[in-house]
Ligand binder design. Structure first.
Ligand code: ATP
Length: 134
């Protein structure tokens, strides 16, 4: 099964894989070859894929996952393999978002800060090896 994970900046993953696990808005979803065709939104979270029996985790900042059973495509604003994550940058982003959440009152700004915090927490969980994606 082909897996392609694409952001506006780059192709993050383009591999032949055995399985894909994504965090959809309805919970974790496992995709094996011949899965029924589906398109589903993804949460900001950890997803993973199996390549030669090895689990490869990555942080995906929401987006859309689609499969036709032969290939899986993920389109997201941003995604990083765990090996690509800069933990110091994620920690700074977390601190910044938390500081903003303490002083912001506008609903829209609060929502943006909450999303920034969620992205930072997912990156940190992967960078420190505490995340689990199946
Ligand atoms: P920051 O405030 O540190 O930029 P952010 O959550 O606003 O964090 P995004 O808008 O999600 O960043 O991503 C912008 C670009 O930077 C993307 O290409 C993303 O992959 C990359 N990126 C963001 N944070 C990290 C990180 N901690 N490690 C590696 N790449 C990152």
């Amino acid at each position: 099964m082909k897996l392609k994970i694409v952001t506006p900046e780059r192709v993050v993953v383009e591999e032949e894989v055995e399985a894909v696990y994504g965090k959809t808005i309805d919970g974790m979803m496992g995709i094996l070859p011949h899965h029924v065709p589906v398109v589903t939104p993804l949460e900001i979270g950890v997803m993973s894929y199996l390549k030669d029996g090895q689990k490869k985790p990555l942080a995906v900042m929401g987006g859309l996952l689609s499969t036709d059973g032969k290939s899986v495509t993920v389109l997201s604003d941003a995604a990083e393999l765990n090996t690509e994550i800069d933990a110091v940058r994620a920690q700074l982003a977390k601190d910044r978002a938390q500081a903003e959440l303490h002083k912001l009152t506008d609903h829209h700004d609060v929502a943006l800060a909450q999303q920034a915090l969620a992205r930072a927490l997912v990156r940190l969980s992967l960078a420190t090896g505490k995340a689990s994606a199946r």
